[in-house]
Design a protein around this ligand. Structure first.
Ligand code: DAK
Length: 260
């Protein structure tokens, strides 16, 4: 598959998706959003891929927001339509993917860029990263889930302050807020993410995918996360993952989930 705005690489059972518009600080235009959807969809369908890492090209930015030049002339109808579509094909899509997605935040993650990092399952930042939702400085509010996911992750008061001030926070603050799980030197960012990805890939993929579902359902209004947990916990007993995991333990060997 050919992409104009992203690079898609596979190493063993890991996919690395790199947003590749470094001259525009990897700003998200509509074409990039569509390509990201395709790349995530393809990676998720490939059962040999156990973890996806999302990062930005260059040393300066993960994603410096939605492409301001592109949305400068939108009407009310276009804004509504594009927000709904973008949330559906990319932001909600990534959040609900059954393959784990790690955001490797290698620089500025602003506006739609921070919203994309928030949609990933967790985030690891390089020490130069800066994060913020500057939308109100442009007369907008976050349109790709930021008003919902940021307070879910860091708490309402902190999210209110970040959104109202439109200010950027540094990695020390992001770590204290729980917005990122770790901060590492820029050159160590991808190797560090790959190390965590390897750990994840040794565990049972079906169990991981239903754990993602149960955790996500905990914050949805129309479903009950506890009920999801009960149902999915029960379903696990009928999976190959469970059979292999328990058999390996009883046989005192390492489980091999590669056959899934
Ligand atoms: N869009 C387009 N181009 C961008 C960009 C962006 N978000 N961010 C940076 N660039 C471009 C700059 O225009 C510049 O291009 P040239 O002038 O060289 O052609 C190039 O990237 C390098 O940027 P700077 O020269 O500004 O670099 P600095 O190191 O001086 O500054 C910066 C870095 C990150 C502080 C600065 O670039 C900056 O403030 N960038 C904009 C940050 C921002 O406000 N982002 C947008 C947030 S609002 C929507 C849904 C959601 C959204 C919108 C619509 N719909 C559903 C319709 C979300 C909106 C947002 O994300």
């Amino acid at each position: 598959m050919h992409y104009n705005n992203i690079v898609f690489e596979v190493e063993n059972n890991l996919a690395i998706i790199t947003i590749n518009r470094p001259k525009q600080l990897n700003a998200l235009n509509q074409e990039t959003i569509v390509e990201l959807h395709q790349a995530f969809n393809n990676a998720n369908k490939d059962k040999s891929i156990r973890v996806i890492i999302l990062t930005g090209s260059g040393e300066k930015a993960f994603v410096a927001g939605a492409d301001i030049k592109e949305f400068a002339d939108y009407t009310v109808e276009e804004g509504t339509q594009l927000a709904a579509n973008g949330q559906k094909i990319l932001f909600d899509f990534v959040e609900n993917l059954s393959t784990p997605v790690i955001a490797a935040v290698n620089g500025f993650a602003l506006g739609g860029g921070l919203e994309l990092a928030l949609a990933c399952h967790f985030r690891i930042a390089s020490d130069n990263a800066k994060m913020g939702l500057p939308e109100v400085s442009l007369g907008l509010i976050p349109g790709y889930g930021g008003t919902q996911r940021l307070p879910q992750l860091i708490g309402k008061g902190r999210a209110m302050e970040m959104i109202m001030t439109a200010s950027m926070i540094d990695v020390k603050q992001a770590l204290a807020y729980g917005l990122v799980n770790y901060v590492v030197k820029q050159e160590a960012l991808l190797p560090f993410c790959e190390k965590i990805a390897t750990k994840i890939s040794q565990n049972a993929p079906i169990a991981i995918s239903v754990a993602i579902k149960a955790i996500n359902n905990g914050v949805k209004k129309d479903v009950n996360g506890f009920q999801t947990e009960i149902v999915e916990f029960g379903n696990c007993f009928g999976t190959r993952d469970f059979n292999e995991g328990v058999t390996a333990f009883l046989e005192k060997r390492k489980a091999d989930f590669s056959g899934e």
